[in-house]
Ligand binder design. Structure first.
Ligand SMILES: [Zn+2]
Length: 68
């Protein structure tokens, strides 16, 4: 019997850890979000959705492959 491997599709999208320019809050956002992403602390817009990849309006601290 063949062992079934769990298929985890490699996402083309990425998660970004960004730093809010206004309040320095760091949070993880999805770079291909379909809606505007706001800072959880001060509600500043951190990402605006675009064609495919969104426009990040915050400082990118690092890119992540998953939440963390
Ligand atoms: Zn903020």
């Amino acid at each position: 019997m063949k062992k079934e491997r769990e298929l985890i599709p490699k996402p083309r999208s990425r998660f970004l850890r960004v730093k809010c320019p206004d309040c320095s809050n760091e949070q993880v956002i999805f770079s291909h979000a379909k809606t505007v992403v706001n800072c959880l602390v001060c509600s500043r817009v951190l990402l605006k959705p675009g064609g495919g990849k969104g426009k990040v309006e915050a400082e990118i601290v690092r890119q992540l492959n998953s939440w963390g």
